[in-house]
Design a protein around this ligand. Sequence first.
Ligand code: PAF
Length: 285
Amino acid sequence: MKIVTTIQEMQQQMKACRSQGKTVGFVPTMGYLHEGHITLLKEARKDNDVVVLSVFVNPLQFGPNEDFDRYPRDIARDEKMAKEAGVDILFYPSVEEMYPRPLSVQVIVKERVDVLCGKSRPGHFDGVATVLTKLFHIVMPTRAYFGMKDAQQVAVVDGLIRDFNFPIELVAVPTVREADGLAKSSRNVYLSPEERKEAPALYRALQKAQEAIKNGEREPAAIRDLVIDYIQTNTNGVIDYVEVYSYPELKPVAPLSGKIIIAIAVRFTNARLIDNITVDVESSY
Ligand code: PAF
């Protein structure tokens, strides 16, 4: 595995790959790799000749009250895990390398951001879209891999790729789950034993909603109520949101039709869990 820290060297490496006609799978991350990232890397490994992983904690996507400095970092561990996952090139630039001077141009995301988690993180997706624009230009991948656990980020990247005509295939990888259905997350360890037992009810609530759609329910409010009721009956968590939108547009849709997302965020004592499910309404019978 090659470790590259400069943009110039990365561009040279990628130019060489392209001139040899190789396909490139790209997994952008902020490091501190976990199982979710490894799943993305494995998918990229299956589909492409060359796998590129970037590790860059992007200051632009942190709000003033979100602690950029305290974001966990462990590049030695990331290197080891990347090597084991079959990564060919690890791109690990410094902040100075990526942002040598204040930006004179920034990407502003105008849609798909004022809902779900984006509502409480103004500017976050502008930072994500800006760094991805730079990374896509530097790496010029054939395919880019993102986890559906963060479905709103996938929706924003879909808009970025379409609107800016990046010749990149977006691969949205399904959420990895524990045997009992709980979406894997580094935050699950903060659940108390009792909360850990309750937490799979989040996914069960989403499955109940899917079942209701399959049985003909088309009112988003009824789906929302069903999910809220199931979570409140089966957990002590406090619901942050339960939202139903078209996907990936993230617009209200009533009656339900096309592809939709049901997304939830629930607070437990020391952990806020998110999960979602996408449903093709017409083909859910
Ligand atoms: O999901 C992440 O880790 C980040 O938002 C990303 C896509 C690497 C951009 O910094």
